[in-house]
Ligand binder design. Structure first.
Ligand code: ASP
Length: 556
């Protein structure tokens, strides 16, 4: 509301964020979804003003007036005006809130989650949730324009583990039988392709009973999509177009497409992770050739000798080196070794260094070289060090660095159980040229898989699927999954299944990254804690013995 409203009589509905008594007048900050407005009440005319409390929901009637020059507040969108109140009505009285509802909240997260409806009144939360809505709207706009059809699929489905544990729902009508909550619409979207819908999408809730982890939720939301008669290029082009449209719509930013593409092998070797953050450089370098002749016992016979050149010699303290050394050894690596270049070389491998090596490594004055050696764990070790150092030295550039990672192995080996597991999920198609290894060496098989990564976050993953029953059955066999759980898909593949593929960008994470926030809980209206509890709902919780009896469940 601006000066042009001055003189108008208005009604303002909202919540009280702040109350100040000044010079016999009561000044109230009244906030609604759109803005905060200063209202001024004279308690001589309206005695109820004295009773007002923080977070009361009120209606204020009055005349808008321009604030005197010195009292204008350029930080507020309505800062040029105020409301001279003639009448107030308390619509909903608030108890004293358990924490101060303010942008820069001091309360801990548990308290905020317990009273989430109050937490959501805070401006940053309102902005995040509205931003989420704008992103979802842009997604829908783009997909509708590109001929996709929004179709809902069941949440209550059969237990079909897709990689995580299922949430099970006991049946009352069928003793001892269970539904499961969908881990994703994967099966159904493939069936929709068999059914001939050709381009499908859905804002889909995915429920997975996974072990608690930072930034993982028992339920998350994806923009799930699937297309028929496509290959990788088609899916990638649609996804890039969608992200370009989102950024243009929500923040008027142009996104450069096509995005960079790197293979799984390249990202692991260069960044030590399959979701690299490209907002800073500092790639992992291969120093094996340089150091293998040096007769340095810790490097002897090591499969990998890799390092990082850090452009700030003080980036790691002696104490931190000791901790890193222990961590490396726990991983079975040779430890961590370092050399700082000043006037001379110093550090644990200074004696291995000379000017030629420094020139080859582009190790300049003031730089620090760190090296570790051992098996391929060296990559993840240096990859996480790379991230930590970037955070410490604030190396992240502004903006969004998108990339596609592709050419993933189809399987990974679970070293504990000595069994194969799908790298993504079991419905991805093996690369044609690798099918020959399915029987002999599954780890050599690459999948038609692609992940979209932005600023160190996996935003989406997808694949071209198997539309051939025999191949799909063979894959189930390799990972020892029971094909009878997927009969509906296997059967459908025998009735003219089209080639198809898709992707499922994770909405929570996308909103978090685009909003520049650190936790997905900041962009979900009612999230669970990291330990999968709902503090507001007080869940999980017990149910009555009768409810259990109805469901044929005995607990001890
Ligand atoms: N359903 C997959 C997932 O949730 C995504 C996909 O392959 O489209 O990860």
């Amino acid at each position: 509301m601006q000066k042009d409203k001055a003189g108008q009589e208005i009604e303002a509905f909202g919540w009280i964020d702040r109350i100040r008594n000044l010079g016999g007048l009561v000044f109230v900050d009244l906030r609604d979804r759109t803005a905060t407005l200063q209202i001024v009440i004279d308690p001589k005319d309206i005695p109820a003003a004295k009773e007002l409390g923080l977070q009361d929901c009120i209606l204020a009637l009055g005349k808008v007036r321009e604030r005197p020059g010195a009292q204008k507040n350029p930080k507020m969108t309505t800062g040029n005006v105020e409301l001279e109140v003639s009448k107030i009505e308390v619509l909903g009285k608030s108890k004293v809130p358990p924490f101060v509802v303010e942008s820069d909240v001091k309360a801990n997260e548990d308290l905020r989650l317990r009273y989430r409806y109050l937490d959501l009144r805070r401006e940053p939360m309102q902005q995040a949730i509205i931003f989420r809505h704008q992103i979802i709207t842009a997604m829908r706009e783009y997909l509708n324009k590109n001929d996709f059809i929004e179709i809902e699929t069941p949440i209550l489905t059969r237990s079909m583990p897709e990689g995580a544990r299922d949430y099970l729902v006991p049946s009352r009508l069928y003793k001892g039988k269970f539904y499961a909550l969908a881990q994703s619409p994967q099966m159904y979207k493939q069936l929709l392709m068999v059914a001939g819908f050709e381009r499908y999408y859905q804002i889909a809730r995915c429920m997975r009973d996974e072990d608690p982890r930072h930034d993982r939720q028992p339920e998350h939301t994806q923009i799930d999509m699937e297309m028929s008669f496509v290959d990788e290029e088609d899916v990638v082009t649609i996804a890039e177009g969608m992200f370009a449209h989102i950024l243009k719509t929500v923040s008027n930013q142009e996104l450069n497409t096509p995005f960079l593409r790197l293979t799984y092998k390249q990202v692991i070797e260069r960044y030590g992770t399959d979701k690299p953050d490209l907002r800073f450089e500092m790639e992992i370098i291969d120093v094996k050739e340089i150091f293998k002749e040096k007769n340095f016992p810790p490097f002897k016979d090591k499969q990998e000798i890799r390092g990082l050149v850090i452009k700030d010699g003080g980036a790691i303290s002696r104490k931190e080196f000791d901790t890193l050394n222990e961590q490396a050894k726990e991983l079975g690596l040779a430890g961590i070794f370092w050399c700082k270049r000043d006037e001379k070389f110093s550090g644990s491998i200074a004696k291995l260094m000379d000017e030629d090596i420094a020139a080859e490594l582009k190790l300049e004055k003031g730089d620090l070289l760190v090296i570790s050696a051992g098996d391929d764990k060296v990559f993840s070790f240096l990859g996480s060090l790379r991230n930590d150092i970037a955070t410490k030295l604030k190396l992240h550039k502004q903006g969004f660095e998108f990339l596609w990672v592709y050419d993933f192995p189809l399987f990974e080996l679970d070293k504990e159980t000595e069994t194969y597991a799908p790298c993504h999920h079991i419905f991805s198609q093996p690369k044609q040229e690798d099918i020959k290894y399915l029987d002999t060496d599954p780890l050599k098989v690459h999948g038609r898989l692609y992940d979209l990564v932005c600023n160190g976050n996996e935003l989406a993953s997808g694949s071209i699927r198997n539309h051939n029953r025999q191949i799909q059955e063979k894959l189930f066999g390799i990972v020892k999954m029971d094909p009878t759980k997927y009969t509906m898909l296997l059967d459908a593949l025998e009735y003219g299944a089209p080639p198809h593929g898709g992707i499922a960008p994770g909405i929570d994470r996308i909103v978090m990254v685009l909003a520049g926030l650190k936790s997905i809980r900041e962009v979900i209206a009612f999230p669970k804690t990291t330990t999968a509890q709902g503090l507001m709902e007080n869940i999980p919780d017990q149910v009555t013995p009768q409810q259990l009896k109805d469901l044929h469940i005995k607990t001890d």
